[in-house]
Design a protein around this ligand. Structure first.
Ligand code: ADP
Ligand code: MG
Length: 268
């Protein structure tokens, strides 16, 4: 098991640096080896789609990017900074919990389940992070939350509680809530998988809008139409490894590996 060491100068924030870079990332839970050497790069402003069978490690990878899991080997950078470590000179120091929390603020994450606070209205859900974590005034937070509700098409639902919203509306509030923290990277973990089919389109439209605005996004999805139309890059993962990657059009239209072909024949 290797761990990050010194001598990483020059890799950080060079011109055109990737927003996310994984190099030989391994992750195990006990004896279960889940990520088996992931290498990938996500460029700024890119919509990076991650597909693969259930259990292949997609969520685990996102959780590593979002500081929710520590990797066991390899290196993982977000915006040029090595996850979990702080560099001073050519020495690396492990981040303290407080520092990890500060880094996580720059990354928005949207899950399959909407995870809104049930006792707060839509607008209160969106204001919560900026007020509690960023110490913004309520007036400032409310102004941004109002604009974000408009952006996700829910201006008329500001005062609704989650239980008074459809799944698709809740998911759009969840996206607005993540955006309220002004993240530089958004992670989506099967954001439409739990939705009734007729509600999927509105959520994908919001994500499409975000992409047009230049947000860097990693999207785990089974929505191949979205991947093909909106994605800039696509990776097919199986059994904890990248099997195939490229432009979505190429990977989806002309898969090279049998495992990719077999997977796509089931989902397309
Ligand atoms: P995917 O998102 O591609 O469906 P996951 O990353 O959720 O895959 O899971 C990959 C594998 O890792 C699964 O076998 C899952 O059971 C296992 N796993 C995920 N999280 C944990 C955990 N906290 N402890 C033990 N095993 C886990
Ligand atoms: Mg998953």
């Amino acid at each position: 098991m290797s761990s990050p060491t010194s001598g990483l100068a020059g890799t950080a924030k060079a011109g055109g640096a990737p927003m996310v870079k994984a190099e030989g990332v391994h992750k195990s839970f006990g004896t279960a080896h889940i990520l088996k050497g992931i290498d990938l790069e996500v460029a700024p402003r890119e919509v990076f789609c991650l597909i693969g069978p259930s259990g292949s490690g997609k969520s685990t990878f996102l959780r590593c990017v979002n500081h929710l899991e520590q990797i066991n080997a390899g290196r993982l950078w977000v915006d040029g900074e090595l996850i979990g470590y702080r560099q001073r000179g050519d020495k690396l120091y492990e981040l303290k919990d407080r520092e990890v929390a500060a880094k996580r603020r720059d990354i928005g994450m949207v899950f399959q389940r909407f995870n809104l606070f049930p006792h707060m209205t839509a607008i209160e859900n969106i204001m919560e992070g900026p007020v509690q974590v960023k110490r913004e005034t309520k007036a400032v937070a409310r102004e941004r939350a109002t604009a974000l509700l408009d952006r996700v098409g829910l201006s008329d639902k500001a005062g609704n509680y989650p239980a008074q919203l459809s799944g698709g509306q809740q998911q759009r509030v969840a996206i607005a809530r993540a955006l309220a923290m002004e993240p530089k990277l958004m992670l989506f973990d099967e954001p439409t998988s739990a939705l009734d089919p007729e509600l999927v389109g509105d959520v994908l439209d919001v994500m499409r809008g975000l992409a047009e605005d230049g947000m860097t996004m990693i999207v785990v999805t089974h929505e191949m139409g979205f991947a093909r139309e909106v994605g800039d890059a696509l990776v097919f993962m199986d059994d904890g490894a990248v099997v195939e990657s490229g432009h979505p059009r190429d990977v989806l239209g002309n898969p090279q590996h049998d495992r990719t072909k077999s997977f796509l024949s089931k989902v397309l």
